[in-house]
Design a binder for this molecule. Structure first.
Ligand code: MOS
Length: 774
């Protein structure tokens, strides 16, 4: 049955994208639509004393100006179910009062007939403030930290086993260092963009979001509208990386503005506003302590992270999240501390926790390897975790040793000289480094609908979304295999909240969550077709049992005699049936903390799906797998070779290898693309990216991509991305774990370790820019 899954087929939406046929949220042109531009604060703390909109209001084309004085009241966003949408700052709903909590906060929206008119008029809004003294420096305020009890989704933030505090001083060999990472910004190529309009009490959003379903319930909540009257559409998304996982002011402001002027409104964040109005990754200060015996066996790991939150919500960058499970060690202590600052609230950013956390941990291990005069791969093998020691569970599947081996072979690890600074190539110092990559294998409940039409094509509907990763393509492959249809007979419809609810695009979970739901919905439809054929005296399958019938060749066939069967078109045509429709809900979670999902509303697609799923063998089999004994994680090994200009300190990554153990690959091309994208993210993190704040006033200084540097083509190394490609036997019938985020984890450490190998200089403060090297 599995013929298409795994193949490196081209993106099914590729042609639309390269020809401009894919409509993004900022590309809807509605009758009477006006353009909204956000005015932002220029102080980091205080109150608005006076907002003078007189000149702006008289400017050409202006149709309205919305401030806290004339905007509608919003409801406090109740965060109910985990996929239910999260507003970035629960205590700072936009335009509700005169208070300013950070630089760049949205304080007004100007609407005009054209974008240029709105932009110009926005520049004419005059604001007087009662300025107060902000706090914005993490380092200077770290004494004011507190320990948050839990993080996102109720995850534990303070985790320990054994007694690291006693084991550490007793260790024969010790490494204790502090690693720091700056504020990063997601900077998706497509900015946050919303087009919204009201039709009576109904409101529709074209919104760039990582969760159409979550955004729908959140907007209903905040606007005080029943969920049935809210529709969120996000057909194409130009990247999210976490900042579109939460909802930020732009989305709700667009609906508020539309209500105010009674016209459709389009509102797109400028690149500058992407640095102040859509989350960020927190700065971190991480103290890592490693204790080992003289052979290198770990006896203690301490990982204390101080990160930032704001005064208007709480977000914990869970840098220590992988530390208790990555290596075998009896004594582990993970501590998280938070400092509230006058900055926008941080949020998840691609591999939240793991990206910055594995940087610190994996550099610390490299330092320990040097101290022990030991090969860094050997050190990791010596401390290999055969089981998840914190939760005392087996891994559902783990092939990390093979990743190390293949990665080492592919980079040519034997060419590495352990003595730093010993390998030269002309002006360049050559170095090799490696690190372990890891990310949890998340799966959550998903619903999908499969419809087979009498003309022989099929459609899939699911309220999940393709954020640019290839979800349309992968789900087409899954459906085609389940239905026995070729790719071009499948139409996958995503990105519309009116479809059955699918997973949000967060935590690398869509393929693992939505894939099985689509698979089951398709098998449900095949089952219905089989029943119809079995009961139809004109069918070649008349009289056979459903369980003896399977999908293939554009229809259904007998398992024991594959030449006996018929096409869907023949079956449906003969029976005068326009379509067969099946809904399925796979209620499976691999997470420890899972809020009880709210019961699906009566008559909703989810409720119908729950009902149908009781008789769907695919769902029943999937849900009956006992997952409690297992810990679900993906792993990988990353190896890099760098050359460092001995005079200028300029670093170039020459080659980057990743060998990933992420379950069964659903599409080799999009999977490779995801890992490569993550690695590029990691190159940026290691060498370039850093949001700078003005030390005098807490304002963001780097507000565009000329100042906030990201890797470009000229920075690309030779990539070598490989997969173990072994199905995870417990995660789902498809055996696929997510791959969206693991590519970045380990990367910054591998580069950092290679730079040390090349130069003998250890930089513990990211990014490793040339000024820190010379
Ligand atoms: Mo990802 S940072 O969970 O969108």
């Amino acid at each position: 049955m599995s013929e298409l899954i795994g193949l490196p087929i081209d993106r099914v939406d590729g042609r639309l994208k390269v020809t401009g046929g894919a409509t993004y949220s900022a590309e809807y042109y509605l009758p009477r639509m006006v353009y909204g531009v956000i005015v932002v604060s220029t102080i980091a703390k205080g109150r608005i004393k006076n907002l003078d909109t007189l000149r702006a209001g008289r400017s050409n084309g202006v149709v309205g100006i919305m401030t806290y004085k004339n905007s509608m009241s919003l409801h406090f966003p109740q965060s109910s179910d985990p996929g239910g949408g999260k507003y970035g700052e629960k205590d700072l709903l936009p335009l509700q009062n005169d208070r300013v909590f950070y630089d760049g906060q949205a304080i007004a929206v100007v609407m005009a007939e054209t974008f240029e008119q709105a932009e110009y008029a926005a520049s004419l809004v005059k604001v007087d403030y009662d300025e107060e003294k902000p706090v914005y420096d993490l380092e200077k305020n770290k004494e004011n930290s507190y320990k948050p009890m839990s993080g996102l989704g109720g995850s534990p933030t303070q985790v320990s086993r054994g007694d690291a505090a006693s084991a550490m001083p007793a260790a024969q060999v010790k490494q204790e260092q502090t690693y720091t990472t700056p504020v990063f910004h997601h900077n998706a190529m497509e900015p946050h963009a919303t087009t919204a309009f009201w039709n009576g009490e109904e409101v529709t959003f074209y919104d760039s979001t990582q969760s159409v379903a979550g955004s729908k319930s959140l907007m209903a909540n905040m606007l005080g509208v029943v969920p049935d009257k809210v529709k969120v559409v996000s057909l194409f998304i130009g990247g999210g990386f976490g900042s579109k996982g939460f909802s930020w002011p732009n989305t709700v402001l667009t609906a508020m503005a539309s209500k105010l002027v009674n016209r459709p409104v389009k509102l797109v964040l400028s690149r500058q506003q992407m640095f102040t109005n859509a989350g960020r990754r927190s700065q971190t200060i991480q103290k890592v302590g490693l204790g080992a015996d003289s052979t290198g066996k770990l006896s203690a790991i301490q990982h204390e992270t101080t990160s930032e939150s704001s005064f208007v919500d709480e977000f914990v960058e869970p840098a220590g999240v992988a530390t208790p499970m990555l290596y075998s060690c009896p004594n582990v202590d993970v501590v998280a501390k938070l400092v509230r600052l006058n900055k926008i609230t941080p949020c998840p950013m691609r591999a939240p926790g793991e990206a910055v956390g594995t940087y610190a941990l994996e550099v610390a291990l490299d330092e320990l390897a040097y101290q022990l005069k030991m090969d860094p791969v050997q050190l990791r093998l010596l401390n290999y975790a055969d089981m998840e020691e914190q939760k005392k569970k087996q891994f559902s599947s783990k092939n990390l040793k093979e990743c190390y081996q293949r990665g080492a072979d592919s980079i040519g690890w034997t060419a590495r000289n352990a003595t730093p600074g010993s390998v030269k190539d002309g002006n360049f110092l050559i170095g090799y480094g490696m690190a372990t990559a890891t990310y949890p294998a998340n799966r959550s409940a998903s619903t999908a609908k499969a419809t087979i039409f009498a003309d022989g094509h099929a459609e899939i509907e699911c309220a999940t979304q393709d954020i640019g990763t290839g979800t349309y393509t992968v789900m087409t492959q899954v459906a085609a295999d389940a239905l026995g249809l070729p790719i071009d007979k499948i139409k996958v419809k995503l990105g519309d909240s009116s479809y059955p609810k699918g997973a949000n695009s967060g935590g690398s979970q869509v393929t693992a969550s939505v894939g099985p739901a689509i698979w089951a919905a398709c098998l449900g439809a095949v089952n219905m077709a089989a029943k119809m054929a079995a009961g139809d005296s004109a069918s070649p399958l008349h009289g056979y049992k459903e369980e003896d019938i399977t999908a293939a060749n554009g229809g259904i066939i007998l398992k024991s005699n594959t030449s006996r069967g018929e096409r869907y078109a023949t079956l449906l045509g003969r029976n005068n049936t326009p379509k067969i429709e099946a809904l399925a809900k796979t209620n499976v979670s691999t997470r420890d903390q899972q809020a009880e999902p709210a019961p699906a509303p009566r008559g909703s697609p989810e409720a119908k799906a729950e009902d149908q799923s009781k008789n769907n063998p695919a769902v029943q089999q999937d849900e009956q797998v006992d997952r409690k004994p297992y810990a679900f994680h993906s792993f990988g090994a990353q190896f890099v070779r760098v050359s460092v200009d001995a005079q200028l300190g300029k670093v170039k990554v020459d080659k980057a290898v990743a060998v990933m153990d992420v379950g069964k690959i659903q599409n080799l091309k999009t999977a490779t693309n995801q890992i490569m994208g993550g690695m590029i993210f990691g190159i940026g993190m290691a060498l370039m990216e850093e949001t700078a704040y003005d030390p005098n006033n807490g304002r963001v200084v780097t507000r565009d991509l000329a100042q906030y540097l990201v890797p470009v083509n000229a920075d690309m190394p030779e990539f070598d991305v490989q997969f173990i490609d072994e199905p995870d036997p417990y995660i789902s019938p498809l055996g696929a774990r997510g791959i969206g985020e693991i590519g970045i984890t380990g990367m910054a450490a591998a580069i950092n370790n290679a730079i040390f190998n090349a130069t003998g200089k250890r930089v513990r403060d990211l990014p490793v820019t040339l000024d820190k090297l010379i």
